[in-house]
Write a protein of this length. Structure first.
Length: 230
């Protein structure tokens, strides 16, 4: 598939067949930019989702912060129907429409979007952070709690210690980053329009006393609160 309809992919009702979804990922991967697409970072957003109504809908929350001060500027939420089944490696087709729809509600697009998930640390180098980044043409970082794919050596025990996450063929696809001493590392990878060095630096600057960076940690809290209210 050489050409894809980006508008169609963002449609919450779009449900591609398995082979079609793989082809879309391969095409989006070709469009991933692994260099910084910005001069400075003034704002950063974190996103998180939760299933509601028995998994038939997603509630999505996005919080925007000033950077590096991490003062909240804006927040947005949306509820989107889920039509794509859970298939490992194709999470973006299930959760992507909710993230994209919620982002479009923001008054101003953030300079960077931090996603609780994978960027190019993915079997086809196109996890949800890359998927959303390419479609919306926005710099994105994937900061995942667990590894989806790749091999690595355990990093040192101090905050800021990291090792490379490599594909089975030895390609560097991310970093295994210690964000707090004595706590399990997180898995950082390029989403879109950012390099790995900057992704690591930004993640560390956003990590204040907890394992997870504040943008995604607070987005998780926000979504949990919304879910309880429902």
């Amino acid at each position: 598939m050489e050409l894809i309809n980006l508008e169609r992919i963002t449609d919450p009702e779009y449900k591609p067949l398995y082979e079609e979804a793989l082809a879309i990922q391969r095409e989006l991967q070709k469009r991933v930019i692994k260099q910084n697409g910005f001069r400075e970072i003034k704002t950063i957003a974190g996103v998180d989702l939760a299933q509601i109504h028995g998994g038939k809908q997603h509630i999505c929350g996005i919080l925007v912060y000033s950077f590096p001060e991490l003062i909240e500027i804006e927040r947005s939420s949306a509820i989107v129907r889920v039509v794509f089944p859970y298939i490992p490696g194709l999470l973006a087709f299930r959760e992507g429409p909710a993230i994209i729809g919620t982002l479009k509600q923001l008054k101003r697009k953030p300079d960077i979007l931090m996603v609780d998930g994978q960027g190019i640390a993915h079997p086809r180098r196109c996890g949800i952070a890359s998927h959303v980044g390419v479609i919306l043409d926005i710099p994105t970082i994937g900061v995942a709690k667990t590894r989806l794919y790749g091999k690595f050596d355990e990093p040192g025990d101090m905050k800021g210690d990291w090792t490379e996450l490599n594909s089975n063929s030895g390609e560097s696809i991310g970093a295994v980053l210690r964000t707090k001493r004595g706590i399990k590392p997180v898995f950082v990878s390029i989403g879109h329009k950012i390099d790995l060095k900057t992704s690591i630096e930004v993640t560390l600057k956003c990590t204040i006393g907890f394992r997870l960076p504040e943008p995604t940690r607070q987005a998780d809290i926000f979504v949990t609160q919304l879910k309880r209210k429902m």
